[in-house]
Design a protein around this ligand. Sequence first.
Ligand code: AMP
Length: 542
Amino acid sequence: MINSTMQDDFPLTITSILEHGTRVFGRSEVITWNGDGTSRRETYAEVGVNAKRLASALTTLGVEAGDRVATLCWNHQEHLEAYYAVPCMGAVLHTLNLRLPAAQLEHIINHAEDKVVIVDASLLPLLAPIASALKSVEAYVLIGSGDTSVLGDVPVHSYADLIASGSPEFVWPELDERSPASMCYTSGTTGDPKGVVYSHRSTYLHALATLATNVTGGTEADRVLVIVPMFHVNAWGIPFSSFLSGSTQLMPGPFLMPDKLVDFVEAEKATLLSAVPTIWAGILQLGEKRDIDLSSVRMGTSGGAAIPRSLLEAMQARHGVRIIQGWGMTETSPVGGMAHPPLEVERGTPEEFDWRLKAGRLVAGVQMRIVDDEGVEQPWDGESVGEIEVRGPWITGAYHLDSAPEKFHDGWLRTGDIGAIDDRGYFSISDRSKDVIKSGGEWISSVELENLLAGAPSVLEAAVIGIPDEKWTERPLACVVLKGDTTPEQLAEYMQGKVASWQIPENWSFVSEVPKTSVGKFDKKVLRARYAAGELDVTRTR
Ligand code: AMP
């Protein structure tokens, strides 16, 4: 008989992340952009003090362990303070997606039973139509100043006043590492939003894992521009990992337009940028209109949706920005894979881009398997396709007050992504299971067609959906936003030889924009509904 001699009961908590960041990297900064060339700066040591002040004030307001404290905020220093204050006091931080329609926002605030809502003054209008329906909210905390009459009779406290009155001597309670720390609802692309509750332990382990050199390799030298919203899966964990690595965090506030972001990169010499493909595409387009200097950027990361090859190549060729794609979900905290190419592959070669177009290489800590329609596990041969299932210490094993048995399979999370994995753990995603186009018994990957079309010189962006077809069950309809002159026939011709000819769409619709979800993904639900309602002008090429 032998036992571990380690201190295995030492809890992995966000409090220890905070303590490390404030003590070891107390001089590192969070810099919030004002959008006009100026910024506000706060050191990590100061974030730590303000987190204590906020926690002390929230305690006075009656917030107890396990209570949900929501934030409806852009990315900025106060949001970062709440990121630490709320979990470290034992409460649960619920980051609200400010792009959700009012009805969904109301639903998730009520479903999570948020007790306090911390809100940016500029976002008060989002609460106006729903405030009277929010049953659990006992107090609001307002960052900035604005007309709070829209909030009804519920008490409103000023964030600045709470920080001033709160005690900097607040003592963090000892917490169980398995206790809930934060929560986030899925963006609901394929159904109602579901609540995912992260624990202290899952947050800690995920933050550590994302610092590995085969993920971001973040260090004290990094100046990370946190473009991904803090309501989108905890900003991919950056607010936490940066306190472990000492990286400076650059917070863009509401200034997410490409020109403002690039101004910020240039002014603060950002080294690491994390964003969804739509943002990268916007930056690339800006570069077609004016000179932009991204020479400080050592790496970009892209996730949330597949990035087109043309975008990866152009960002590198024109601006020297090497974007590494990552894969993840709200349910996976989010990082599950990062597509760093294998060592032997020469940089800048077409082969390297082939590797970088994989969704990712499995990150240490996460297990993956591919399962076919009958539930049979498929080999890691890079070809056998099925649903991707994952499990691990930062993968959700349940949803908040929603049993959703269809999302789990013998302890594995069913991702709803269809893909294949090779013998080195590189996996690719051909589609969401709901987006795959079933044509004549074969599958067509909408993602592959979209990426190909995005590379056509006259195309700004393209989304492909399956539409009913008497003969083939479904056929692809390409909804294309143009930036130059072309015809459906020319686009079909452009695709010849690049995919099997039977996969080339014969249904085309030129649209002014592709509808996007609250986190910037193509909203195919909306496109399908528009098609069904006869609202899309469709041209057939054969
Ligand atoms: P969300 O929970 O809203 O972040 O959505 C998660 C989903 O986004 C995943 O299940 C994928 O379908 C998609 N996704 C995330 N990253 C990628 C990627 N690199 N390539 C393709 N799809 C992705």
